[in-house]
Ligand binder design. Structure first.
Ligand code: AMP
Length: 172
Protein backbone atom coordinates (compact mmCIF):
# COMPACT_ATOMS: atom_id res chain seq x y z
CA UNK A 1 0.00 0.00 0.00
CA UNK A 2 1.27 3.51 -0.79
CA UNK A 3 2.01 5.60 2.24
CA UNK A 4 -0.07 8.79 2.52
CA UNK A 5 2.65 11.35 3.18
CA UNK A 6 0.08 14.21 3.25
CA UNK A 7 -0.86 13.01 6.75
CA UNK A 8 2.62 14.05 7.97
CA UNK A 9 2.40 17.63 6.65
CA UNK A 10 0.92 20.11 9.12
CA UNK A 11 -0.65 23.40 8.02
CA UNK A 12 0.16 26.35 10.26
CA UNK A 13 -2.00 29.37 9.42
CA UNK A 14 -0.59 32.92 9.46
CA UNK A 15 3.05 31.85 9.76
CA UNK A 16 5.50 33.53 9.35
CA UNK A 17 3.18 36.42 8.42
CA UNK A 18 -0.63 36.82 8.28
CA UNK A 19 -2.19 35.24 5.20
CA UNK A 20 0.47 32.54 4.66
CA UNK A 21 -0.32 28.87 5.27
CA UNK A 22 3.01 27.38 6.30
CA UNK A 23 3.48 23.71 5.33
CA UNK A 24 5.30 22.28 8.33
CA UNK A 25 7.31 19.16 7.54
CA UNK A 26 8.56 18.47 11.07
CA UNK A 27 5.96 15.67 11.63
CA UNK A 28 7.29 13.93 8.49
CA UNK A 29 10.91 14.44 9.57
CA UNK A 30 10.12 12.97 12.96
CA UNK A 31 8.55 9.75 11.65
CA UNK A 32 11.06 7.07 10.56
CA UNK A 33 8.83 5.44 7.92
CA UNK A 34 7.53 8.72 6.46
CA UNK A 35 11.03 10.18 6.26
CA UNK A 36 12.41 7.09 4.54
CA UNK A 37 9.51 7.00 2.09
CA UNK A 38 9.80 10.69 1.22
CA UNK A 39 13.54 10.31 0.51
CA UNK A 40 12.91 7.22 -1.64
CA UNK A 41 10.30 9.11 -3.66
CA UNK A 42 12.47 12.22 -4.01
CA UNK A 43 15.33 10.10 -5.35
CA UNK A 44 13.30 7.68 -7.53
CA UNK A 45 13.13 9.72 -10.79
CA UNK A 46 16.91 10.24 -10.75
CA UNK A 47 18.23 6.77 -9.87
CA UNK A 48 19.71 5.91 -13.23
CA UNK A 49 20.94 9.37 -14.15
CA UNK A 50 24.47 9.28 -12.79
CA UNK A 51 23.91 12.11 -10.30
CA UNK A 52 27.29 13.06 -8.80
CA UNK A 53 26.16 15.90 -6.56
CA UNK A 54 22.94 16.93 -4.88
CA UNK A 55 22.64 20.68 -4.26
CA UNK A 56 20.40 21.54 -1.29
CA UNK A 57 18.99 24.96 -0.38
CA UNK A 58 19.48 26.22 3.19
CA UNK A 59 18.03 25.14 5.53
CA UNK A 60 15.37 22.47 5.01
CA UNK A 61 16.89 21.57 1.65
CA UNK A 62 20.02 20.51 3.56
CA UNK A 63 18.08 17.83 5.44
CA UNK A 64 16.35 16.29 2.43
CA UNK A 65 19.23 17.00 0.04
CA UNK A 66 21.83 15.18 2.09
CA UNK A 67 19.54 12.18 2.58
CA UNK A 68 18.86 12.05 -1.18
CA UNK A 69 22.61 12.34 -1.84
CA UNK A 70 23.17 9.28 0.36
CA UNK A 71 20.32 7.44 -1.38
CA UNK A 72 21.84 8.14 -4.83
CA UNK A 73 25.46 7.61 -3.83
CA UNK A 74 26.20 11.27 -4.63
CA UNK A 75 27.98 14.09 -2.83
CA UNK A 76 26.26 17.12 -1.31
CA UNK A 77 26.71 20.81 -2.19
CA UNK A 78 25.16 23.51 0.04
CA UNK A 79 23.43 26.57 -1.41
CA UNK A 80 23.63 29.02 1.47
CA UNK A 81 22.40 32.35 2.73
CA UNK A 82 24.92 35.18 2.21
CA UNK A 83 28.13 35.36 4.22
CA UNK A 84 28.15 31.73 5.41
CA UNK A 85 30.45 30.04 2.88
CA UNK A 86 34.17 30.61 3.57
CA UNK A 87 35.74 30.32 0.10
CA UNK A 88 35.07 32.26 -3.12
CA UNK A 89 31.36 32.26 -4.03
CA UNK A 90 28.92 32.90 -6.84
CA UNK A 91 25.77 34.78 -5.69
CA UNK A 92 22.26 35.16 -7.04
CA UNK A 93 19.67 37.60 -5.67
CA UNK A 94 15.96 37.16 -6.18
CA UNK A 95 12.63 38.68 -5.21
CA UNK A 96 10.47 37.35 -2.39
CA UNK A 97 6.94 38.43 -1.47
CA UNK A 98 8.57 40.91 0.91
CA UNK A 99 11.98 42.22 -0.19
CA UNK A 100 14.84 40.27 -1.72
CA UNK A 101 17.04 37.33 -0.79
CA UNK A 102 20.41 36.00 -1.91
CA UNK A 103 21.81 32.49 -2.30
CA UNK A 104 25.50 31.61 -2.57
CA UNK A 105 27.49 28.58 -3.73
CA UNK A 106 31.22 27.90 -3.61
CA UNK A 107 32.63 28.78 -7.04
CA UNK A 108 34.61 25.52 -7.07
CA UNK A 109 31.75 23.30 -5.82
CA UNK A 110 32.06 20.97 -8.82
CA UNK A 111 33.76 20.73 -12.20
CA UNK A 112 31.96 21.74 -15.40
CA UNK A 113 29.62 19.07 -16.73
CA UNK A 114 28.99 17.37 -13.37
CA UNK A 115 25.47 15.87 -13.22
CA UNK A 116 23.74 17.78 -10.38
CA UNK A 117 20.27 17.40 -8.83
CA UNK A 118 18.67 20.32 -6.98
CA UNK A 119 16.59 19.48 -3.87
CA UNK A 120 14.42 21.69 -1.65
CA UNK A 121 11.48 21.13 0.68
CA UNK A 122 8.79 23.34 -0.92
CA UNK A 123 8.28 24.73 -4.44
CA UNK A 124 6.06 27.79 -3.95
CA UNK A 125 6.47 30.73 -6.38
CA UNK A 126 9.69 29.22 -7.73
CA UNK A 127 11.90 32.27 -7.12
CA UNK A 128 14.25 30.44 -4.76
CA UNK A 129 14.65 27.41 -7.02
CA UNK A 130 15.11 29.59 -10.13
CA UNK A 131 17.98 31.44 -8.40
CA UNK A 132 19.50 28.12 -7.32
CA UNK A 133 19.32 26.73 -10.86
CA UNK A 134 20.90 29.93 -12.18
CA UNK A 135 23.86 29.39 -9.83
CA UNK A 136 24.25 25.74 -10.89
CA UNK A 137 24.24 26.78 -14.53
CA UNK A 138 26.77 29.55 -13.94
CA UNK A 139 29.09 26.80 -12.66
CA UNK A 140 28.35 24.84 -15.88
CA UNK A 141 26.71 21.97 -14.03
CA UNK A 142 24.71 19.45 -16.01
CA UNK A 143 21.40 19.98 -14.16
CA UNK A 144 19.46 16.69 -14.25
CA UNK A 145 16.42 18.12 -12.48
CA UNK A 146 14.89 19.75 -9.44
CA UNK A 147 13.05 17.70 -6.80
CA UNK A 148 10.75 18.94 -4.04
CA UNK A 149 8.89 17.28 -1.19
CA UNK A 150 5.90 19.62 -1.67
CA UNK A 151 4.75 21.53 -4.74
CA UNK A 152 2.17 24.27 -4.09
CA UNK A 153 0.59 24.00 -7.51
CA UNK A 154 -1.57 27.13 -7.41
CA UNK A 155 1.52 29.33 -7.00
CA UNK A 156 2.81 28.26 -10.42
CA UNK A 157 6.48 27.84 -9.45
CA UNK A 158 6.98 25.09 -12.04
CA UNK A 159 6.57 27.62 -14.87
CA UNK A 160 9.57 29.59 -13.57
CA UNK A 161 11.78 26.50 -13.87
CA UNK A 162 11.02 26.13 -17.56
CA UNK A 163 13.43 23.87 -19.42
CA UNK A 164 14.21 21.76 -16.36
CA UNK A 165 12.81 18.46 -15.19
CA UNK A 166 10.74 19.24 -12.09
CA UNK A 167 9.45 16.49 -9.78
CA UNK A 168 7.55 16.63 -6.51
CA UNK A 169 6.52 14.00 -3.98
CA UNK A 170 3.29 15.68 -2.80
CA UNK A 171 1.29 18.21 -4.85
CA UNK A 172 -0.95 20.47 -2.74
P1 AMP B 1 9.48 30.21 -3.42
O1 AMP B 1 10.74 30.93 -3.72
O2 AMP B 1 8.27 31.10 -3.36
O3 AMP B 1 9.25 29.02 -4.31
O4 AMP B 1 9.60 29.67 -1.93
C1 AMP B 1 10.33 28.54 -1.68
C2 AMP B 1 11.08 28.59 -0.38
O5 AMP B 1 10.32 29.23 0.66
C3 AMP B 1 11.35 27.19 0.06
O6 AMP B 1 12.72 27.12 0.41
C4 AMP B 1 10.43 26.95 1.23
O7 AMP B 1 11.17 26.45 2.31
C5 AMP B 1 9.84 28.29 1.61
N1 AMP B 1 8.37 28.35 1.54
C6 AMP B 1 7.63 29.13 0.70
N2 AMP B 1 6.32 29.01 0.94
C7 AMP B 1 6.21 28.11 1.92
C8 AMP B 1 5.08 27.55 2.61
N3 AMP B 1 3.81 27.89 2.33
N4 AMP B 1 5.31 26.64 3.58
C9 AMP B 1 6.58 26.29 3.88
N5 AMP B 1 7.69 26.78 3.28
C10 AMP B 1 7.50 27.69 2.31
Amino acid sequence: MTMELEAYIRDIRDFPVPGIVFRDLTPLLGDPAALAESVRRLAAPYRSMGVRAVAGIEARGFVFGSLVARELGAGFVPLRKPGKLPARVESASYTLEYGTATLEIHADAFVAGTPVLLIDDVLATGGTAAAALDLLQRLDAHVVGAGFVIELEALGGRARLDGHRVTSVVVL
